[in-house]
Design a protein around this ligand. Structure first.
Ligand SMILES: *Cc1c(COP(=O)(O)O)cnc(C)c1O
Length: 409
């Protein structure tokens, strides 16, 4: 008799975005003439830039020729891309990494979800709250998160990020072995200044913890004082793994490519106190369970680092951040309290009069035909907020702001 992994049964069946889709469909059925505008889901809308397309076309042509055809590539990625990453994303900021510390992947979701496998199931975990659901759910699947009761996982330490603490998470008063940080943050769109990030690095060094640092939105940072990489902080190489993705940087959500950095200095312990390099364990894990990212995707990613590619992706990011600016201004003018949207493509909006997230979601849908994401879907501290994304088309964003103004009159 095959027994299931019962930890999976602890996960909620109601995935946030399918709940939203159900409610939106119900609205569409009863309001067939109304055009719904979604400022909800975190996918990009602008196409790949010409430099990427050209590089991918060329790679496809190479595949058609016996001399230049490529089969399985290295599990950790091709050196042409790893070298471009080292030089452009790190060396340019004074961070020296070795090529063996870069693991190219098929996007940050896989690695942020899988990375926890290389640490024992009974480590304690801590997450900022609200949060990208992958971090907790992937831990719940092997039993590390405990059970879900009253909106909380019993074995997870939550670091609340709310208007009350200006979205700056406070250090816990007890040891936490595995810490997830995401900056610029999805869903709140807020950032962590260097001196605050330094506190987390020092906490991790003192407690011999590991920080999983998701910087998928690094390219959206505008403020010069905000760190792009956790390795800008002294000591982080001994305690942090960093995740990056081309999804939001360059519209790769459908192409699939990103990478993970695991410095050689980063070690964890066996029960009898021996040290083990996490870089080595991850290499071992990937060579068993992963067969590399497609050559075509990696050539596309490489093209982002050319002068043309750089300029072209910058334009698209500016376009999204232009949307964010329009939304921030319009919503603030209407008297709403808005966070984020300055160094990230997300706006985190306080619901009026402390209304529950889902209630405001429904009112906005039925009142203005606009879809947002209820903040409570990202964790208990998200209650009383909603998230807007800036990934829409400019005309839709403008129309949405008009409708909201009309509705709020
Ligand atoms: C979108 C996103 C990612 C990127 O996921 P991919 O698998 O690379 O597409 C990673 N982390 C966060 C927080 C995100 O919002």
């Amino acid at each position: 008799m095959a027994l299931v992994n019962e930890h999976f049964l602890k996960l909620s069946n109601n995935y946030l975005f399918s709940d939203i889709a159900k409610k939106v469909n119900a609205f569409k059925v009863s309001h067939p003439k109304e055009r719904v505008i979604s400022l909800g889901i975190g996918d990009v809308t602008q196409p790949l830039c010409p430099a990427v397309i050209e590089a991918m076309h060329k790679a496809v042509d190479e595949m058609s020729n016996k001399e230049t055809f490529r089969g399985y590539g290295p599990e950790h990625g091709y050196d042409f891309l790893r070298e471009a990453i080292l030089k452009n994303d790190y060396l340019s900021r004074g961070i020296h990494l070795d090529i063996s510390e870069i693991f190219v992947n098929d996007g940050a979701k896989s690695d942020t979800g899988n990375i926890q496998e290389i640490l024992r199931w009974d480590n304690s975990i801590g997450v900022t709250d609200p949060i990208y659901p992958v971090y907790i759910d992937s831990n719940a699947m092997i039993g590390r998160a405990g059970v879900f009761e009253n909106g909380h996982w019993s074995s997870v330490t939550y670091f609340p990020c709310t208007a009350e603490n200006n979205f700056i998470p406070q250090l816990p008063d007890h040891r936490v072995d595995m810490i997830y940080l995401c900056y610029p943050n999805n869903p709140t769109g807020t950032v962590l200044p260097k001196e605050e990030l330094r506190k987390w690095v020092n906490f991790a060094l003192r407690n011999e913890s590991v920080i999983f640092y998701d910087s998928a939105y690094e390219a959206y940072i505008r403020d010069e004082n905000i760190p792009h990489s956790i390795y800008e902080i002294k000591g982080a190489r001994k305690c942090a793994i960093e995740f990056r993705s081309y999804s939001k940087t360059a519209g790769f959500t459908g192409v699939r490519c990103g990478y993970t950095v695991i410095p050689k200095e980063l070690q964890a312990f066996t029960l009898d106190g021996k040290t083990v390099e996490l870089n080595h364990l991850w290499e071992r894990r990937q060579s068993t369970k992963f067969n590399g990212t497609s050559y075509i995707s990696q050539r596309g990613a490489e093209a982002i680092y050319t002068p043309e590619g750089r300029e072209q992706i910058r334009k698209t990011i500016d376009y999204y951040m232009g949307n964010a600016g329009i939304m921030r201004d319009a919503l603030t003018k209407l008297g709403l309290t808005v966070y984020g949207g300055e160094n990230a493509p997300y706006l985190w909006v306080k619901t009026p009069n402390g209304m529950e997230s889902w209630k405001f979601f429904e009112q906005l849908l039925y009142g203005a035909g606009i879809v947002c994401t209820p903040g409570v879907g990202f964790g208990p501290s998200g209650e009383g907020y909603i998230r807007f994304t800036a990934f829409g088309n400019r005309e839709d964003v403008e129309e949405a702001m008009k409708r909201i103004a009309e509705w709020m009159k």
